[in-house]
Design a protein around this ligand. Sequence first.
Ligand code: CP
Length: 302
Amino acid sequence: MKKDLISITDYSKEEYLRIMTLAAEFEENPNQNLLKGKVVASLFFEPSTRTRLSFETAISRLGGRIVGFADPGSSSATKGETLHDTIKMVSNYADLIVMRHPLEGAARYAAEISKVPVINAGDGANQHPTQTLLDMYSILKTQGTLDNINLFMVGDLKYGRTVHSLLQAMSEFENPIFNFIAPGELQMPDEYKRHLIDKGIRYFEHLEFTDIISEADIIYMTRVQKERFPDPIEYEKVKNIYILRNAMLENTKPNVKILHPLPRVNEIHPDVDSNEKAYYFDQARNGVFTREAIITHTMNLK
Ligand code: CP
């Protein structure tokens, strides 16, 4: 049976830990010829810098070859070809499909059509499971554990697919605490809060976080995603809602790290970048090793 990765819940806790182990091995030794003779299709129907380039770097470091597009404008989607037909075709060409698409559920649909495994590189506001695995690898590397983490999620928790996937994954570990910091319009959706309630996990909701920032182990900042707002006026109201500045980190825990899936707009001031608690560029680097791990796990090569 093929092993798709569409939602972070497609993996068990044991698989999360397996990916962490493999990622550490790839960080130690990134160039391994495990994909020799294999072709990976990289289909990006939505813009990306990190996810696409880190996947393509991972494939190259594994000795595989890449076909695909970074801009659907250069594909036959512009002539009206359906996603169904595109996937049917591409799964005849490649051994693995990595796909980003603006529509929620598009990756699951592609997996149902494809003969070869599909990895979801982000589907609308729904899921971004490979980002979550690299986030977990970053948490593990910086905290030494995935248990007992006080995780602050800040910004667009409504449309932010990265926080949805991360919440589900971290809820599998011991004793997490979630602090959600978002304006009323961008609160964490009820289904994710219900998931925590069902598992007996504590969460707290706040409009501000300067008073409680000293409790955080991880501060996970997110961009307010203009492209997801049906009404541009609603975006204008909240676009500058949270800006993390260096001075705010003065009384934070020594182990705290600032994570962000990136790209950022203005929610992390550049004066944070030189603080040793800023981890977002290292986090993006971890994406290559984590994606090497995900690819080899998906293709049963490790
Ligand atoms: N983190 C992330 O998904 O970034 P890109 O949109 O640049 O791929």
